[in-house]
Design a protein around this ligand. Sequence first.
Ligand code: ASP
Ligand code: MG
Length: 424
Amino acid sequence: MRIYKFGGASLKNAQGIKNVGKNILTDKDIKKGVIVSAIGNTTNQLEEIVEALKTNNQVTFRYLVDLLYRSHIQIASDLLTVRLNVTLDFLEQQFVYLNEKIHKPFSENEDYEYDQIVSIGEIISSKILEAYLTENVSNVTWINAKELIRTNANYKQAEVDWTKTNELILNKYSDIEKNTNIFITQGFIGSTREGITTTLGREGSDYSAAIFAYTLNAESLTIWKDVPGMLNADPKWFDETIQLPHISFQEAIELAYYGANVIHPKTIKPLQNKNIPLYVKSFIDPTLQGSIIDAEIQDDTLIPSFIFKMNQLKISITPKDFSFIAEEKLSQIFNSISSVNAHINLMQNSAISFDFVIDNKKGVRELLTKEFEKEYTISFKDELELVTIRHYDQETIQRVILDKEIILTQQTKHTTRMLMRDLL
Ligand code: ASP
Ligand code: MG
């Protein structure tokens, strides 16, 4: 069994879905589990819909829901023939549910509300793909991931209950195995023990795919992308990117940790635990080699990798009474940071100051001020970028610090990290 994961970009229109179908149907004899994200930009649109509901902005709500409805109807109509009507009926049902939300009170638990709405994206994309494949081959089974991925009730960032999830997936698969060559299910979504829908965090479909690969002892997981493979830098920030043809699980975890956004950070561990290779391949040109991530470490250091995090905020806090920042204080500081859902990208401390760097998200500065202002003097520095270079050398460092003021540097044997500000 192979597990394939297709993201939103591969499913953005009827042509895209046909192409996804073609990739799935190559190597016909091999059983496959296919995990899909929502179509194109759907998840962002659903997030806007949640926002419109929250602010009770009825006009915007109706406009956005209608837009999403039309785009899905359009794709289904362009793609399907015999399965068109059942699929349209299904879409209709989902959008009736969505439309009715405006008449219902918005839950005090915003994240709960978010999961109930945003999860629809994956449900409808997977149904459309299922219909298309069913028109072309038999033995396709659609599975509702909510019934299999068991999570806690930490909405919007739910944690997976691995033991239960394993059991649920294995049971389901043994039921359908005989009559199924290809199963289609959703990434990103799950549900609690009570059956309430949850989501695993943005871009969580890779992680879902890894869960299925792990549980079903897949021979491999392939993540199909719109780039030729894993690159050594994000082309958004870097002109001359090089492909990483082969890296180890360990290296992939390091890259994901520092913020490389090719693969969701939680994806690697389950694969590493069962030694399941991960292929990152182009859905546009599947004949390209792509990238392989597996247990072999010998190629890890061949190519330096660059990870850029823009719009960083550096916060420095100093105790007003000049007391030392020792273990107990540090643990309070970490609690405060985590209580506002901020994630530390870099940190450094001295006797009486603690500096940390986070994504400069809206409102975070105010929240942290509230946390710290009683005991600490606080200062902020914004408009910073954090660059991490794995397997650096002098030349690669020179390349990124050109026209930059360096605010802070941290270096280990394999990794250098620089917090910088534009001089221009
Ligand atoms: N559709 C979700 C998102 O865009 C999950 C995913 O694509 O992995 O975040
Ligand atoms: Mg997506």
